[in-house]
Ligand binder design. Structure first.
Ligand SMILES: N[C@@H](CCC[C@H](N)C(=O)O)C(=O)O
Length: 287
């Protein structure tokens, strides 16, 4: 593999650049991440996925947001990463495990077209509702229909961790301008010590939910896998949906299965955009 080789892949318009730590000539730090993810001065991306070694799973993954912060988990990121390691022959099986900072997940390549993974399922682990573990600063043991104020407006929030923190707000109508205005205020709200990912969710029926997303460290995105799992688990807990839920986002849809014990399985498509080598000039600018 050529030094500084990258692949850009998207899951429902949620795009990531995948790099292999064994084949890069620079350190993945704040400056490098911000520059590579910048759409004008870099490649442009919703984040970076870095392949690392693991002694606990078949392969390891570090996930970085475009603001330079590190995320514990990413649902689209995981499916994208699984496509990358499968398509490049880094794993030679269709079922394997991936270690993330948010836990070890099991992945399955469900559909392969022309030797490339197209549909991937990931066992995302159990949704965590313990307010301290998410983490939040709420005194109650769970954050269920809690009221918070942001920017002079009151929001009814439900919090859950999928390895990374989420705040689900159930809405009658979804307004893109509203999540763009209040998403950053909720993300950085004092009740969320590690910041938070924000979802506005509109229940269509017991098997379909429409969702808008504001991601921690990335902002407004077209789709998010862990957000989809968070919405499905919160709505299942409220008995507003069945165990199989289709989460419809601006970039496409994911199928989420919520077990009785809130173990979550997520299935969806992943597509490669381009591959290439990071230019020496780009690397000089951040090293
Ligand atoms: N796009 C992701 C979530 C990425 C991480 C998130 N921004 C965080 O900081 O927790 C997904 O598909 O889950």
């Amino acid at each position: 593999m050529e030094t500084n080789y990258f692949v850009k892949i998207h899951g429902l318009g949620n795009e990531y650049i995948v790099l292999d730590s064994r084949h890069i000539s620079f350190t993945i730090d704040d400056k490098a991440i911000k520059r590579i993810c910048n759409v004008n001065f870099g490649i442009g991306s919703d984040g970076i996925l870095l392949l690392v070694a693991s002694d606990k799973a078949d392969i390891g993954l570090r996930i970085y947001n475009p603001d330079g912060s590190e995320a514990e988990k990413s649902g689209n990121g995981l499916r994208i990463f699984c496509k990358y390691v499968f398509d490049h022959g880094i794993v030679d099986k269709t079922t394997f495990s991936v270690e993330t900072k948010g836990g070890i997940v099991k992945a399955k390549i469900d559909e392969v077209v022309n030797d490339r993974a197209k549909i991937v399922t990931v066992d995302m682990g159990k949704a965590i509702f313990d307010s301290k573990l998410i983490p939040t600063n709420f005194e109650s043991s769970q954050v269920d229909n809690a009221l918070i104020d942001a920017g002079g407006k009151s929001f009814t929030v439900n919090c859950v961790s999928m390895g990374n923190p989420h705040c689900v707000i159930i809405k009658e109508e979804l307004v893109i301008e509203e999540i763009k205005e209040f998403g950053p205020l909720l993300e950085n709200h004092q009740m969320f010590p590690n910041r938070i990912n924000v979802q506005f969710a509109k229940v269509i029926n017991r098997n379909e939910v429409e969702v808008l997303i504001w991601e921690r460290g990335a902002g407004f995105t077209l789709a998010s896998g862990t957000s989809s799992c968070a919405v499905a688990s919160v709505l299942r807990k409220k008995n507003l949906v069945d165990e199989h839920v289709t989460i419809k986002m601006l970039g496409g849809q994911l199928t989420i299965h919520v077990d009785a014990d809130y173990a979550i399985r997520m299935t969806g498509e992943v597509r490669e955009i381009c591959r290439g080598v990071l230019s020496k000039e780009l690397i000089e600018d951040f090293s």
